[in-house]
Write a protein that binds this ligand. Structure first.
Ligand code: 5AD
Ligand code: FES
Length: 345
């Protein structure tokens, strides 16, 4: 392990990555190395993003997801554009410098509606991140021109067979092309994967990490898969917290200066999940700023944290946790600052 970790970062091979993913016994060495790398390249600031989950209506039917179209038990909601803008205004008032707008693939939110919302929210002096799924080039272009700064869309897995099993009627190729368009349009690109999916192998996770490195993501979100009782994967295993942490730590070694969130799904599996993640590579947290009942209805997986809390409570809770481990809350927009040039890029 020690020798492996001395290898020039960018040169970790697929086999090296598989070995690191598999080495539970010596994972603390990996975590330490990822923590040092995080500190060296992006420092001690933790950037907070205010996450608004504005609609759980979705046209897709992903087998793992609690808000899949086929889940008749899901209570559906959609904020009005005015509610969404108001939620963002309050989050900006609380000091958030980035607003992330996330939803299912809800086509009520047309290009025109989204653009107007983006323009309004940009007036609050925040960076705007969209996480609303697959759209056309024209739409991505319009959102960008309206002021959107970043776009977040996980590739979920690069194992195409697995992807097509889990996301019926969707096309891996189309999702990949969306990521390329987003990048070409000058957004900061966030992508990522789930770890511990049924039939997912370590080899496939290694492939995912290399994929994220090679498309040059500015942000990589890595979360454990958690089976939802109202989905076809209710009986699946899931819950691979430590494997997800190892995956995240390796991501930090492969792309030392990117933004990596401590994901909410990690905390849903362990009460200190986000703090653990911040200590092995992560430098971003996305507290929920959605108000009221909506929080619990945006249930991608069970056991989601903070469903009965308020935005103000979560902001102070996470702030205290971050400070308790000697880290600082970022004061700027927390954009990806490229500091590391890949030898072979
Ligand atoms: N467990 C963990 N993460 C999930 N997501 C969706 N369903 C689940 C689940 N059951 C993740 C997907 C998606 C992100 C918004 O949430 O990776 O891209
Ligand atoms: Fe929501 Fe701690 S972040 S209660």
């Amino acid at each position: 392990m020690a020798a492996l970790l001395k290898v020039q970062k960018m040169n970790l091979s697929r086999n090296d990555i598989i070995r690191l993913l598999d080495d539970e016994e010596r994972q603390n060495d990996l975590f330490k190395k990822a923590d040092e790398t995080r500190r060296k390249y992006v420092g001690d600031e933790v950037h907070l993003r205010g996450l608004i989950e504005f609609s759980n209506i979705c046209r897709n039917n992903c087998l793992y997801c609690g808000i899949r179209k086929g889940n008749k038990n899901a209570v559906r909601y959609r904020m009005t554009p005015e509610e969404l803008i108001e939620t963002a205004r309050r989050a900006a008032g609380m000091g958030f410098k980035t607003i992330v707008m996330q939803s299912g693939e809800d086509m009520y939110y047309t290009s025109e509606r989204m653009c107007r919302i983006i323009e309004e929210i940009k007036k609050f002096d925040v960076a705007v991140t969209l996480s609303i799924g697959e759209r056309s080039y024209q739409e991505y272009k319009a959102f960008r021109e309206a002021g959107a700064d970043r776009y977040l869309m996980r590739i979920e897995t690069t194992d195409k067979d697995l992807y097509h099993k889990l996301d019926p009627n969707m096309s891996w190729q189309n999702r990949y092309e969306c990521l390329l368009m987003i990048k070409e349009l000058g957004y900061e690109l966030g992508s990522g994967i789930m770890v511990g999916l049924p039939e997912q192998t370590l080899d496939s996770i290694a492939g995912d990490l290399l994929f994220l490195r090679d498309i040059g993501v500015d942000m990589a979100g890595i979360g454990p898969f958690i089976p939802h009782p109202d989905t076809p994967l209710a009986q699946a295993k899931g819950g691979a917290l430590y494997l997800a942490l190892r995956t995240m730590a390796i991501m930090r070694l492969l792309l030392p200066d990117i933004n990596i969130p401590a994901t909410t799904a990690m905390e849903s599996l362990h009460p200190r999940g986000r703090i653990m993640a911040l200590r092995c590579g992560a430098n971003v947290v996305m507290p929920n700023v959605t108000e009221g009942e909506y929080r619990k209805f945006y249930e991608l997986y069970p056991g989601k944290i903070c469903v009965n809390d308020t935005p103000v409570h979560c902001r102070s809770c996470i702030g205290l946790k971050i400070m308790s481990i000697g880290r600082k809350i970022g004061t700027g927009y927390g954009s990806h600052k490229k500091q590391f040039r890949r030898e072979n890029a």
